[in-house]
Design a protein around this ligand. Sequence first.
Ligand code: AP5
Ligand code: MG
Ligand code: ZN
Length: 214
Amino acid sequence: MNVLLFGPPGSGKGTQAKDLAERLGVPHVATGDIFRKNLREGTELGTLAKSYMDRGALVPDSLTCDLVADRLLQPDAAGGVLFDGFPRSVPQAEWLVNWFETHGRVIDAVVSLAVPDAAIVERISGRRTCTKCGATYHAVHNPPPAAGCSTCGSTEVVQRKDDSEAVVQSRLDVYARETAPVLGVLRGAATVHDLDGTGDISVVKARIFAALAL
Ligand code: AP5
Ligand code: MG
Ligand code: ZN
């Protein structure tokens, strides 16, 4: 099954993706996580992506689509993927729809999470991220265990550089300008489930699972 998790920064895509990918039995493909992993590993791609990410701008489409094309051709993606944070521009969405058509694959569903801006700022300013595996927490809503990351055990659970208030505002502007129009493209290509992304993490999870009949 190929599913896209769509929504503004801080809408809970990464938080929900973990259980959802497990349930669907497909890999979780988050372009932001791939860029951050490259940055940690000091690759050329990581350095280039950082120059865009640090100011909340989108990494260029050609670079992002090439990366996704490589990922889609890996053996573990043959049975489907759960996308998180891709596509996030109209050219990326058109590229993806075309790629699926060309490769005889189908986008089974799009899950779109709606969260008001005020809640987003509160969520993102409280977010803490594991520098080793990328797992995310929230200082109040989902605090990391004192012993460290519950996924990998690392004690380095910190605030992401682009989670400062100034950068969050520009990420929201970029979302409104470049990413929100993506939904129009996706509505023409797949079933879109428009879901309320507010409420407890478990409540949002139940909404998603119900929409996908899981
Ligand atoms: P990316 O890493 O994708 O960031 P984003 O889209 O801005 O989304 P976030 O990761 O900030 O939010 P999320 O929806 O995953 O929320 P989360 O679950 O963490 O992208 C970063 C950058 O990479 C971009 O700015 C761009 O530069 C580049 N990039 C990535 N993909 C690209 C692409 N395709 N093209 C071009 N450039 C690209 O939740 C947020 C917080 O809220 C957490 O603390 C969480 O614990 C908490 N929380 C979650 N759910 C709830 C809830 N229900 N109630 C209370 N708190 C909650
Ligand atoms: Mg995320
Ligand atoms: Zn970790």
